[in-house]
Design a protein around this ligand. Structure first.
Ligand SMILES: Cc1ncc(COP(=O)(O)O)c(C=O)c1O
Length: 387
C-alpha cells in the first residue's frame, strides 16, 4: 500500500461500537479473565495489553504507523524526543562503551554525551559533518554506536546516510539516525543501513505545536532491548498524545508537500537578499550537499538556516523586527517560527563547541509553516530592511 494510505488506514481494531475514527483509550491498566490469563500475559505467552506503561492501543497504533512508514520491524513510543534518544542509548549501552557521533547534534543530545553519559563511564568521539572519511579512525574496540542527525539542527547540513550505513555494517556497529527534520515521508534511513531511527514527534509529526512525543523504530531485536528497558523505567508516551499524533500522521504527506514547497520558495527569496548570507536549504542548488540531499530525501523539509550580515547585534535586531512569524524555540508547526540558536537552543554549548557545530552568533533558523509563503516573505523582507 502507498504511504498516504498506510498513514490513514493503519488503525486499531474497532470496538463493539463500530466507531469510524480510533477512540481514545484513557486507561492505565487492563483486566484479565482469570489467574491463568494473568500469569500467561505477564509471561508474554500472549500478546496483549497489561499496563499502559508497557503498551496501550493508541500508542500501538501510532508505533505501527511509524514502523510501516520507516520500513522498520518494530518500535516503541516515548513521552518526548529526548526520552526516545536517552532510553534508546541507555538501553543499548554498557559502562565502558563508546559512541561516535556527528558534532552537529541537537543541544540536549550533546548534553547527554558530554555531561550525563560520562557519569556511567560511556564516552563519545565527535566527527565534523564534512569529515565522514575520518569516522573509521575514531572506532575503538569498545565502540558500539554511530549516531547522527540529517539534516542537522540548526545548521541544516547533511550526512551521507549511505556512507554511514556502509561504515556501520563493515565494523558491526549500530547506526542510529535522528530523522526529526526529514520525517518518514521525506527520508527513510533504514534503506541506507540504519538499524534504528528516532523521531521527536513533537515537531513535524504533530505539526501543529500541541503535544510532545518521541518514537524509536528499527531492528526487532534492538527494539526488544529498548522495550524491556523502557517498560521498567517508564518513559512511555501518554495515550492522549499518541491519539493526537496518530491523527496527525493521516495528514503528514499533504502537510509536508506544502511545507517543502513554501520553504523552497522562501529559501530562494533569502538567497537574493544582500544582508542574508550562507542560506542553507537541502534542495537549494547552492547547498554544498545538494547531491546528497537529492539522493536520500524526497524534498528539502521545512527548515532554512542563514546568517545575517553584522553578527550578534544584527541577528537580535532581525529577531526583534519580526512581526508575523513567531519567536519560539519549537519547529515543524503550521506557524512559521524564527529562532536564534546561539542564544536559545544551543546556548549551553561552549563557544568552541557552538562554532564547531556550525552555529555562528548571526545564525538564524526558520521553521517554515503553512501560512501563505508571500506573507512570510513580506515579514522577512521588512525585518531584513530594519537590521
Ligand atoms: C533533532 C532533534 N532531536 C531531538 C529533539 C528533542 O525532542 P523533544 O523536544 O520532543 O524532546 C529535538 C527538539 O528540538 C530535535 O530538534
Amino acid at each position: 500500500m502507498h504511504f498516504e494510505t498506510e498513514a490513514i488506514r493503519t488503525q486499531t481494531e474497532r470496538t463493539q461500537f463500530q466507531e469510524h475514527s480510533t477512540p481514545l483509550y484513557l486507561t492505565s491498566s487492563y483486566v484479565f479473565e482469570d489467574a491463568e490469563d494473568m500469569r500467561a500475559s505477564f509471561a508474554e505467552e500472549k500478546e496483549r495489553n497489561i499496563y499502559s506503561r508497557f503498551t496501550n492501543p493508541n500508542t500501538s497504533e501510532f508505533v505501527e504507523k511509524i514502523t510501516k512508514m520507516e520500513g522498520a520491524e518494530a518500535g516503541f513510543a516515548f513521552a518526548t524526543g529526548m526520552s526516545a534518544v536517552f532510553s534508546t542509548l541507555a538501553a543499548l549501552l554498557d559502562s565502558g562503551d563508546h559512541i561516535i557521533s556527528a558534532r552537529a547534534v541537537f543541544g540536549s543530545t550533546h548534553s547527554l554525551f558530554t555531561k550525563f553519559f560520562p557519569k556511567w563511564n560511556i564516552s563519545h568521539s565527535y566527527f565534523n559533518v564534512n569529515d565522514v572519511d575520518k569516522i573509521e579512525s575514531l572506532i575503538r574496540p569498545e565502540t558500539k554506536i554511530i549516531f547522527a542527525e540529517s539534516p542537522t539542527n540548526p545548521g541544516v547540513e547533511l550526512l551521507d546516510l549511505e556512507v554511514l550505513g556502509k561504515i556501520a555494517e563493515k565494523h558491526n556497529l549500530i547506526l542510529i539516525i535522528d530523522n526529526c527534520f526529514a520525517t518518514p515521508y521525506l527520508q527513510n534511513p533504514i534503506k541506507f543501513g540504519a538499524q534504528l531511527v528516532i523521531h521527536s514527534a513533537t515537531k513535524l509529526i504533530d505539526g501543529q505545536g500541541r503535544v510532545l512525543g518521541g518514537v524509536t523504530v528499527g531492528n526487532a531485536n534492538l527494539i526488544r532491548e529498548i522495550y524491556l528497558f523502557s517498560r521498567n523505567t517508564g518513559p512511555a508516551l501518554s495515550p492522549f498524545n499518541a491519539w493526537v499524533l496518530s491523527k496527525s500522521l493521516e495528514t503528514l504527506p499533504v502537510r509536508l508537500d506544502r511545507h517543502c514547497e513554501n520553504a523552497l520558495k522562501i529559501a530562494e527569496f533569502l538567497e537574493k537578499q544582500p544582508n542574508a548570507e550562507k542560506v542553507k536549504y537541502p534542495f537549494l542548488k547552492s547547498h554544498p550537499q545538494y547531491e546528497i540531499a537529492k539522493k536520500q530525501m524526497k524534498a528539502g523539509g521545512n527548515i532554512i538556516s542563514f546568517e545575517i550580515k553584522g553578527g550578534l547585534e544584527a541577528g537580535r535586531n532581525f529577531i526583534n523586527a519580526i512581526e508575523l512569524c513567531s519567536r519560539s524555540a519549537n519547529l515543524g508547526d503550521t506557524r512559521s517560527i524564527v529562532t536564534h540558536p546561539a542564544s536559545t537552543t544551543h546556548s549551553k554549548l561552549s563557544e568552541e563547541d557552538r562554532l564547531e557545530a556550525g552555529i555562528s552568533v548571526g545564525l538564524v533558523r526558520i521553521s517554515v509553516g503553512l501560512e501563505h509563503p508571500d506573507d512570510v516573505i513580506a515579514d522577512l523582507e521588512q525585518a531584513l530592511a530594519r537590521v
